[in-house]
Design a protein around this ligand. Structure first.
Ligand code: URA
Length: 230
């Protein structure tokens, strides 16, 4: 890993701050003061600052109950991002695992572990996502079967994978899908002449949104929860 990244992760500071420490010649590698941010180091390199050996801390994993109005991105010039909800020293190392629309609420995972995130979002892995949706019109009969068979979304060439639809009330449903196409849930209901008026993600794979988390709250995932999504 690059030295500036190593220092930034280890001390919980930004890359810019890490580069400043290097410029000030406050970082030693193998006992020698160094200044090149691009220098390659690993866990065996003896990197020290202020007389102490630096180590990269482990990756971070969080679940968040996303409120409306926040965007699933690390930066945005128009809207606050889900990272703005986190009061964490290493928040700048995190990314949202997949996306929910600006107006969708519910379970969002955040991590600094790119490989773990890829395993969850990769289209090849088919991780089930469970949503609760409110509809503009009462659900007509036969939609469950259509979703189970897979439907053609506007502008696409491949049917959706089988999805499980459960009616809760005439205008409230639970939907489990195994893909993450663009605006997929809203487009699936549009394809059967309905519209989603509110959408909430309740679960990803075996991991349910913690009921104790109010909108905007988050917590660390424990190691069993992290492993359950590998
Ligand atoms: N499907 C949608 O249409 N929107 C989301 O935010 C998630 C899934």
């Amino acid at each position: 890993m690059r030295l500036d990244k190593f220092i930034s992760q280890s001390l919980g500071i930004t890359r810019k701050e890490a580069k400043q420490l290097l410029r000030q010649r406050l970082i030693n590698v193998g006992g020698v003061a160094v200044c090149a941010p691009e220098q390659h180091v690993d866990d065996k390199s003896n990197v020290t600052f202020d007389g102490r050996t630096l180590q990269t801390p482990g990756p971070l994993y969080f679940m968040l109950n996303k409120p409306e109005g926040y965007i699933c991105a690390t930066k945005d010039c128009r809207h606050p991002t889900v990272l703005d909800l986190l009061d964490e020293p290493r928040a700048h190392t995190l990314h949202p695992v997949g996306r929910l629309d600006l107006d969708t609420t519910g379970l969002v995972l955040l991590s600094s572990d790119g490989q773990w995130s890829h395993g969850i979002t990769s289209p090849k892995r088919h991780k089930t996502k469970r949503y609760r949706a409110h509809l503009a019109e009462p659900l007509i009969s036969g939609v469950e079967e259509k979703f189970e068979k897979g439907i053609m979304l506007d502008g696409e060439k491949k049917r959706t994978l089988p999805a499980r639809l459960k009616r809760i009330t005439p205008t409230e449903v639970e939907l489990c899908i195994k893909e993450g196409r663009y605006h997929q849930v809203k487009r699936m209901f549009a394809a059967v002449g309905n519209a989603v008026t509110a959408l909430h993600r309740e679960a990803i794979g075996p991991l349910n949104l913690d009921h104790d988390l109010a909108p905007g709250d988050y917590r660390t995932l424990n190691s069993d929860e992290v492993d359950s999504l590998r």
